[in-house]
Design a binder for this molecule. Structure first.
Ligand code: SF4
Length: 292
């Protein structure tokens, strides 16, 4: 009999999307999903490293599972996401109850890792390796996606990683450099989501407005993605998050003005109104540039 899986998701929209993909994949492999931690034989924490507090919370949850792990020999505890990449082997060395550590770029391997941990009682560690990242052409498409039954809204990843290296942020180190998905691939996934009943799509990227994709001589920009996705029949609303202030340009605003399905909704984190602090944060714009 396959096990019950309990999954808890911390952090940003990227993690929420990753969790939907993990759940879809595990259901396909025959696992059941439970929202009762006490009934689970597999516990997954999809973690966030944005603040110390977020990591402390996970360490405390891991600690709470220690006794049960000791009692219930077949419990598998998996730590995935940004904290898994940032701490890596330390999580295994310092926490004997952790069985699986899987970085965000390697989640396509998580099902297999859980299976090996259950079957062979061998602890598993997979960190991001650029040569083993899921190809961008297949990104998110090779997996069955688990959408909550009542959901009318879905996230759609248009790029991964970030190049900005803001001084306080772990993302470029745990999710790698910026890479944009092929535009056709994005449209295909958007159509699938609409066929599954989704009416609102949020395009996701750490710096979504810096989306750039080249196909031969053709170069595509976020405004092109908005136009293409806008054409999909049955889709009613499109949003995009999160934008990096310096990369914002007129074409995106024009697309928002011209395309009725694109919501008048902008998320452009300012981070600070002080140029001195912005510089210390390595944000590469001034307060005045942000305002204009
Ligand atoms: S732009 Fe955003 S994701 Fe990239 S390093 Fe800065 S805060 Fe992190």
């Amino acid at each position: 009999m396959k096990s019950n899986v309990y999954i808890e998701t911390m952090g940003c929209q990227m993690n929420k999307l990753d969790s939907e993909l993990i759940v879809g994949e595990l259901i396909q492999q025959g696992y059941h999903i439970t929202d009762d931690l006490a009934q689970a034989q597999v516990v997954i924490y999809n973690t966030c490293s944005v603040r110390q507090h977020a990591e402390d919370k996970v360490i405390s949850k891991i600690g709470q599972l220690g006794w049960r792990h000791h009692q219930q020999g077949d419990l598998v505890l998996a730590v995935v996401g940004c904290m898994a990449q940032r701490m890596g082997r330390q999580l295994l060395d310092n926490h004997p109850q952790v069985d699986v550590v899987c970085a965000p770029g390697q989640l396509h391997r998580l099902g297999e890792m859980i299976h090996l941990a259950q079957r062979d009682k061998q602890r598993q560690l997979t960190l991001n390796d650029p040569s083993q990242m899921e190809p961008l052409e297949q990104l998110d498409m090779a997996h069955p996606r688990h959408l909550p039954k009542t959901s009318f809204q879905a996230y759609l990843r248009v790029m991964r990683g970030c190049n900005n290296h803001c001084s306080y942020c772990v993302v470029p180190y745990v999710r790698g450099p910026e890479q944009s998905r092929p535009i056709d691939n994005i449209v295909t996934e958007a159509k699938r989501l609409v066929e599954a009943g989704i009416i609102e799509i949020t395009l996701l990227g750490q710096t979504v407005n810096s989306y750039r994709y080249s196909d031969g001589h053709k170069k595509f920009h976020l405004a092109d993605v908005l136009e293409k996705v806008h054409e999909i029949e049955g889709l009613q609303r499109v949003r995009f998050v999160t934008s990096y202030p310096r990369d914002f340009d007129e074409r995106i605003l024009q697309a928002m003005a011209d395309l009725p399905k694109v919501c008048e909704y902008l998320h452009i984190p300012a981070q600070s109104g002080s140029d001195k602090i912005l510089k210390a944060m390595n944000r590469r714009y001034t307060a005045q540039q942000y305002l204009s």
